[in-house]
Design a binder for this molecule. Structure first.
Ligand code: CP
Length: 301
C-alpha cells in the first residue's frame, strides 16, 4: 500500500507525474461534465483532527469528481472527545470498508505513524508544523501554470517559517524542480535547521521582494505559538507586511501567492491580496485537480 506522507521522499519524476496528471484533470473539471469514473469502487475517509476550509473541501470535491464514495470525520463532535485514540478511530473507520484515509492532524508524524499500522492508503493533509504535501504540489502547479516552469525561478517564502508545514513542503518541492528558494521573516520565526536545507535567509521583506519571481506569503500561526511570541502582530505587519504599492514599485513582475487563510492587514493588505499580482484564488482552484491527481495515482499503485 502506498501513501503520500510528504514531499521529502518524492523524486523530481514523481512530482512531474503528479503535476502532469493534474494538468489533465484540470481540463476535465473545466468541461460541462466534470466527473470521471476513475475511483468508482473506492471509498475515501477525510479524517480531520484540525480545522480546515480549503484542504478539506478541495479533497472532498476531488474525490467526488473522481466518483469515489466519501465520508467526512471531524475530531470535534466525535468520540475522540471521549478519549478514543487515533488508531482506534481510524481502525473503526476502516472496518466500514474504507480504502483511503486523507488525514490532517496537529502532531508532526501522525500520518506516518498511522501508515505503518493500517492497510489503507494514507494521504497527509497537513501534520502539525511538519509537511503539507498537496499544498506544495498545488503551489508548484500554479507557478508552472503562471510562469511556464518552476526550474530556474526564484521563490521567496515570507512569514512564519518556524510554525509552517507549507514552507517545508514547498522548499523540498521547489528545490527538487530546480528553483532557488529564499525564506524571509524575523529571526524568531526562522527555524535554526533552515541553513541545512540550502535556502537563502533574509530578514528584510523588501530585499526578498526585489529578489524573487514569486512571493509565497505565509500567515503568523498564532495557534502554534508555545510562548508569547515576538514580534507582535502589529510589529509584524509594520516590518513584514506587504501592500500593493510595494509590489507595484518593483522593477519586474512578481507573482503573489498565499496558501490561506489570509490574515488581512497583517501579512498582506487587502489591496495586495486582491491585486493583479495575486494568484491566490488560482491556487485554490488548482488544489482540486492536484488532489484528484494524487488520489488517482495512489489508487493505481
Ligand atoms: N491552505 C490550507 O491548508 O488551508 P486550510 O487550513 O483552510 O485547509
Amino acid at each position: 500500500v502506498r501513501h503520500l506522507l510528504g514531499i521529502k521522499n518524492l523524486t523530481e519524476n514523481d512530482i512531474q507525474l503528479i503535476l502532469d496528471t493534474a494538468r489533465e484533470f484540470k481540463d476535465v473539471i473545466n468541461r460541462p461534465i466534470k466527473k470521471v469514473p476513475s475511483l468508482r469502487d473506492i471509498t475515501i475517509a477525510n479524517v480531520f483532527f484540525e480545522n480546515s476550509t480549503r484542504t478539506r473541501l478541495s479533497f472532498e470535491l476531488a474525490e467526488k469528481r473522481l466518483s469515489a464514495d466519501v465520508i467526512n470525520f471531524s475530531a470535534s463532535g466525535s468520540s475522540v472527545k471521549k478519549g478514543e485514540t487515533l488508531l482506534d478511530t481510524v481502525n473503526n473507520i476502516l472496518a466500514m470498508k474504507v480504502d483511503m484515509i486523507v488525514m490532517r492532524h496537529a502532531s508532526p508524524g501522525a500520518p506516518h505513524y498511522l501508515s505503518s499500522r493500517i492497510n489503507a492508503n494514507v494521504v497527509n493533509a497537513g501534520d502539525g508544523t511538519h509537511e503539507h504535501p498537496t499544498q506544495a504540489l498545488l503551489d508548484s502547479f500554479s507557478i508552472r501554470e503562471k510562469l511556464g516552469d518552476v526550474a530556474g525561478k526564484r521563490i521567496a517564502i515570507i512569514g512564519d517559517i518556524l510554525h509552517s508545514r507549507v514552507a517545508l513542503s514547498n522548499i523540498f518541492c521547489l528545490q527538487r524542480q530546480g528553483a532557488e528558494v529564499m525564506v524571509c521573516g524575523p529571526t524568531t520565526l526562522i527555524p535554526k535547521y533552515i541553513g541545512a536545507l540550502g535556502v537563502t535567509v533574509s530578514h528584510n521583506v523588501r530585499e526578498a521582494l526585489a529578489w524573487c519571481d514569486v512571493a509565497n506569503v505565509l500567515r503568523i500561526q498564532l495557534e502554534r505559538q508555545q510562548i508569547k511570541y515576538f514580534p507582535s502582530l502589529r510589529e509584524y505587519s509594520l516590518y513584514y507586511g506587504i501592500n500593493k504599492k510595494m509590489l507595484d514599485e518593483l522593477d519586474r513582475p512578481i507573482v503573489l501567492m498565499h496558501p490561506g487563510p489570509i490574515n488581512r492587514g497583517v501579512e498582506l493588505t487587502s489591496d495586495a491580496a486582491d491585486s493583479h499580482h495575486s494568484i491566490i484564488l488560482d491556487q485554490v482552484e488548482n488544489g482540486v485537480a492536484v488532489r484528484m491527481a494524487v488520489l488517482y495515482l495512489l489508487a493505481q499503485l
